[in-house]
Each structure stands twice: as structure tokens, then as C-alpha cells.
Ligand binder design. Structure first.
Ligand code: NCC
Length: 276
């Protein structure tokens, strides 16, 4: 990307948003009983050992991709919300290291967040954007959906789990980075779980292979690989600034066109800090 004539990688903008999970030491949680629910452990242990990461979008165009074994060959595999692997292994693989879940999935009874198998024995990063300029204290009472109640139940059920809340301020910083990249005015809605997941994971990986985020020639109007729902807005966006996210991802891509558009794999490298 070109800002003021100076080359500045868009991946730097992504990293500088500093998308992160909340920790016990973060005010005001260091003074609140609620903060004691956060895991003591870091999100990822031994990051030096992480060589390859994959993010699996939930796009319908994953159907028929046969990318399952490629996906499973990565050290870390990120998935979203309640996207299943069972029955779809050939196309999406079976390994899951971390799930990024939105606050609807945490709260709505149909997803059964506190009990369903799909949310167990994996790292969880749950997010809710709160208000654009709200404080973290405001957020506790004004989240779009109350993730706190079920988060607490989950952590009490599974005290050894690695379930975190994404810092909502960092989500809005990511939105600002996306706005800086896009230049044209984007609506003030949070990025999709996909983009939040990318920003959360990239600092921990030399590169991330994001699968079917930039739509390949398998493009279909099907919303998800796991359902029959037809809705192109799932791919191009209606509420989330998804089109802007994908243009930025394409700008960060280091793979060739065949890999992106025929195979459906966008490779994004962690930038060298000296470039940023
Ligand atoms: O659909 P969703 O997203 O769970 O998808 C996860 C991420 O995959 C990428 N994606 C998905 C479908 C598609 N055709 N193309 C894609 O690129 C996106 O990056 C997306 O973020 C979300 O982001 O959390 C979202 O969640 C759903 C829904 O809440 C959950 O699936 C639970 O049912 C939202 N849909 C609705 O609220 C109706 C969606 O807008 C965003």
C-alpha cells in the first residue's frame, strides 16, 4: 500500500491494531472478581515452535475443495463459531486448535455454548464489540449480547479450559486499521470473526494460510460449507465490512494467483518489524 508515497505493508497495519485477549492484569479486571475467570496461561505456549498456521473460513466454496489434509498439516488450525468438521473432513480437515466465536454464538441457546462438544478441548477466543468509544467498564453492561454470563458458566464448568475474551478496544483498533487501508469511508461495524481471527493469530505465526476467505473459482452463493442456505452476503458482506477486509487480505497475500484463485489459499506473512 502507498501512504504519502512511502511503502508501508498493510500487514503492518494489521499487527499494529494489537488484537489481543484480555488478561487478569488488565484494568479494570485486575480489581474485579470477574477478571479471576481469565486463564492464567498465555493464548499460545512456545510460539517459537509454531511454524505454520491455517485459518478455515466457513465459506460455502470450501465444499469440494479437498483441502482437508492440507489444512490438518498446519501446526495451528483456527475455525469459527459452530462450524463443524465431522462429516466434512475431506474439505475442511479435522484438527482444531482455536475457535473464534462471536457473542451471539456464546449467548443463543441453539448453540449451547456451555455444553456442546464442539466448544470443548479447544482454545476459545470469544468477542463482542461493545460501543465504539465505550470503556471496558461500560462494556460489561452494554455488550451487544451478554457474553459474560455464559463465559462465567463455561469457565466454572471447565476451569482448565483456555477460553478468553477478545479485548473489544483492540477490535475497534482493527476497524481503524481497516479504515486507514480502505481510504473510502466504511461503516462503523466491527470486522468479521475471520478478520479478527487473522489479526489475533498472525503475531504468533511466520505465516497464515487463510482458506477460502478470498473467494476462489469454486465461488458459490452458498453461505456455509455446512448448510444449504443460499446468501451471497455471507461472502461479500452486508453488516461486517467484509469486502474491505478481503481487499486488505489480498493486498497482504504473498502467494501466486493460482494458489489464491484456483486453490483458495491466501498466504499472509507476518511482516518483519523493521518494515513497519
Ligand atoms: O458465518 P460466520 O460469520 O460464522 O463465518 C465465519 C467467518 O468465515 C468467513 N466467511 C464465512 C462465510 C462466507 N461465505 N465467506 C466468508 O468469508 C468470514 O470471515 C466469517 O467471519 C462472524 O463473523 O462471526 C459470522 O457469524 C455469523 C453467525 O452469527 C454465526 O455463524 C452463528 O450462526 C453471522 N451471521 C448472522 O448473524 C446471520 C455472520 O454475519 C458473521
Amino acid at each position: 500500500s502507498n501512504f504519502d508515497g512511502k511503502y508501508y505493508p498493510s500487514s503492518c497495519l494489521l499487527l499494529e491494531a494489537g488484537v489481543r485477549v484480555l488478561r487478569r492484569k488488565d484494568p479494570p479486571f485486575n480489581k474485579l472478581g470477574f477478571g479471576k475467570l481469565f486463564p492464567k496461561k498465555k493464548l499460545f505456549k512456545e510460539i517459537k515452535k509454531i511454524k505454520t498456521c491455517a485459518i478455515v473460513s466457513s465459506a460455502g466454496s470450501l465444499s469440494g475443495s479437498n483441502l482437508g489434509s492440507f489444512i490438518d498439516s498446519h501446526d495451528i488450525v483456527m475455525r469459527f463459531n459452530h462450524a463443524p468438521t465431522k462429516g466434512y473432513e475431506d474439505d475442511v480437515g479435522s484438527k482444531t486448535t482455536i475457535r473464534v466465536v462471536n457473542s451471539q454464538v456464546v449467548t443463543k441457546s441453539e448453540f449451547n455454548f456451555t455444553k456442546a462438544k464442539i466448544f470443548q478441548n479447544v482454545t476459545i477466543a470469544a468477542w463482542d464489540p461493545g460501543k465504539y468509544n465505550g470503556t471496558l467498564k461500560d462494556w460489561l453492561t452494554s455488550a451487544d449480547f451478554d457474553i459474560f454470563t455464559n463465559y462465567k458458566i463455561y469457565r466454572q464448568h471447565y476451569p482448565h479450559s483456555k477460553a478468553y475474551l477478545v479485548d473489544p478496544h483492540s477490535i475497534w483498533r482493527l476497524w481503524q486499521g481497516l479504515q486507514t487501508f480502505t481510504q473510502k469511508s466504511i461503516r462503523k461495524n466491527p470486522p468479521s470473526s475471520g478478520f479478527i481471527g487473522l489479526a489475533l493469530l498472525l503475531p504468533h505465526c511466520p505465516y497464515v494460510d487463510f482458506i477460502e476467505y478470498i473467494p476462489s473459482t469454486r465461488l458459490t452463493g452458498k453461505c456455509h460449507y455446512y448448510s444449504k442456505e443460499m446468501n451471497s452476503a455471507c461472502t461479500f458482506g452486508v453488516w461486517h465490512p467484509l469486502a474491505a477486509e478481503k481487499l486488505m487480505a489480498l493486498d497482504m497475500n504473498t502467494g501466486d494467483e493460482y494458489t489464491v484463485f484456483q486453490q483458495g489459499i491466501t498466504r499472509i506473512r507476518r511482516p518483519d518489524k523493521l518494515l513497519c
